[in-house]
Design a protein around this ligand. Structure first.
Ligand code: HEC
Ligand code: HEC
Ligand code: HEC
Length: 126
């Protein structure tokens, strides 16, 4: 009923075609270019280690917003005991003053467009 040979050939061809961008870049020696994210000048530490921040900053900010707007809790304590105001502009962008190089470069690369700056001020002032 089924022609195993044809199905297999079809599958192999399919995978080869779908994987084209990957083996092409391997074969042509082209490097995958990840964006160069700027670290804030004069600062050494984020709220948590860079790996955790990369992975979890979106949830952290969402939690901050709820804490501030709904619960009126405005102080964040880091795992190592430093305290910060729960504020997108007033905290994150005070260190990450170059939003374009610190944040947008990665967001653009990954095609995410946080709408937060429709309302929140994007500069490090305030
Ligand atoms: C429609 C306008 C609007 C949008 C869009 C918006 N916010 Fe807000 N946000 C506010 C207002 C108003 C407050 C209350 C300000 C206060 O009480 O300090 C607030 C407060 C906050 C706070 C705590 C206070 C501070 O200084 O930051 C955080 C954190 C926050 N928002 C994060 C976000 C994030 C993250 C996004 C995007 C995912 C976002 N907001 C999108 C209007 C907005
Ligand atoms: C006190 C200064 C300071 C504050 C406040 C701060 N950051 Fe950072 N952030 C840094 C520094 C310094 C690094 C680089 C740390 C490293 O490479 O070990 C960093 C790294 C990061 C990274 C990883 C960047 C990369 O290399 O890929 C992200 C994402 C990030 N921060 C987001 C945020 C967000 C979002 C906030 C607010 C919730 C915030 N930061 C608040 C100083 C700060
Ligand atoms: C290494 C990559 C990277 C860097 C650097 C980075 N982000 Fe993000 N950010 C992401 C990704 C990926 C998402 C989308 C997560 C999702 O859609 O679930 C995101 C989402 C967000 C959101 C939530 C948007 C929403 O709609 O809920 C906010 C707010 C945000 N980032 C703020 C920042 C700020 C502020 C900085 C700089 C201080 C920053 N990000 C730096 C990768 C990054």
């Amino acid at each position: 009923m089924y022609d195993k040979g044809k199905i297999l050939t079809g599958l192999v061809l399919f995978v080869a075609i779908v994987a084209f961008p990957f083996w092409w870049s391997l074969a042509s020696g082209a490097e995958v270019r990840v964006p160069d994210i700027a670290k804030p000048a004069g600062e050494t530490q984020c709220l948590e280690d860079a790996e955790t921040m990369r992975r979890e900053h979106m949830q952290l900010l969402a939690t901050w917003r709820d804490d501030v707007v709904r619960l009126r809790q405005r102080i964040h304590t880091t795992p190592d005991g430093r305290q910060y105001r729960k504020s997108l502009t007033g905290t994150c962008l005070q260190c990450h003053t170059d939003k374009a190089a610190s944040c947008d470069r990665c967001h653009d690369y990954l095609d995410v467009a946080p709408y937060c700056w429709d309302c929140h001020v994007a500069t490090g002032e305030r």
